[in-house]
Design a protein around this ligand. Structure first.
Ligand code: MN
Length: 244
């Protein structure tokens, strides 16, 4: 039986080696050949470009490549931390890069997959910054800087981002219910899976036609454990992954 796996928000960083080890363990032990693994953004705490030659980048490439080599089908969406993941990384990992909105059948139901940051429309300031980071000219301009300079820029950005996030009211950074209904309606689905908010839960949303849609929010990964969601073709259920 072919299975589908859903994960997001691993925020892999060299400062959190246990999460990286946990991810390597998950990749080698959980998905079987033929399975589909969906990584819905923020795989990295920060991705400075596909030419990154740092230890973390090498290990993640190697682990993903090993999974795809043994027949696991990899699908990756960009998150707000890794919007410059590109074709070269996907080629090296044997993965397929998905757009911001991707529809596929999950547990027998057409389902929209997203990172989730597009749903946080109350945070107007963030959405403005997002448009800048996603702008192809901005990305081209940043990616032609030397790796060392990109590392410096990103370190400063992460510091400022932590400060800004600490000052923002929590509800502004959560999803907007009207925006969710708009996306569900646009893609004509009654199931949505996303990450980003680090508020794992299953929610219900009443649609304009009176029917109810479900929304699964994936959890972030921790140092010693993670919860992944698995679709065996009939049901979508959580599964705990512990350090080896
Ligand atoms: Mn995110």
């Amino acid at each position: 039986m072919t299975k589908q796996w859903f994960i997001s928000d691993l925020h892999l960083a060299i400062e959190r080696p246990h999460t990286l080890t946990l991810f390597e363990h998950f990749l080698s032990e959980f998905p079987d050949p033929g399975d589909r693994l969906f990584i819905l953004g923020d795989l990295f705490d920060v991705w400075i470009g596909d030419d990154d030659d740092a230890e973390l980048a090498k290990r993640v490439r190697t682990a993903l490549r090993a999974a795809s080599d043994r027949g696991v089908n990899l699908f990756i969406q960009r998150g707000n931390r890794d919007p410059v993941m590109g074709r070269r990384l996907m080629r090296e990992c044997g993965a397929k890069l998905l757009g911001d909105c991707f529809v596929t059948a999950v547990a027998g139901q057409q389902t929209l997959l997203m990172h989730g940051d597009l749903l946080c429309t109350d945070d107007v300031e963030y959405q403005k910054a997002r448009r800048r980071f996603r702008n192809p000219f901005f990305q081209w301009f940043m990616l032609r800087k030397p790796l060392q300079e990109r590392r410096r820029i990103v370190a400063g950005y992460r510091r400022r981002s932590r400060e800004v996030t600490a000052l923002k009211p929590a509800d502004i950074m959560d999803v907007n219910a009207d925006t969710i209904v708009r996306y569900l309606d646009k893609y004509r689905v009654k199931q949505l899976i996303h990450g980003h908010t680090h508020r794992p839960a299953r929610h219900e949303h009443r649609l304009p036609d009176g029917t109810v849609a479900t929304r699964l929010v994936l959890p972030e990964w921790h140092e010693a454990h993670a919860t992944v969601w698995m679709d065996d073709g009939k049901t979508l259920a959580p599964l705990r992954v512990d350090a080896a």
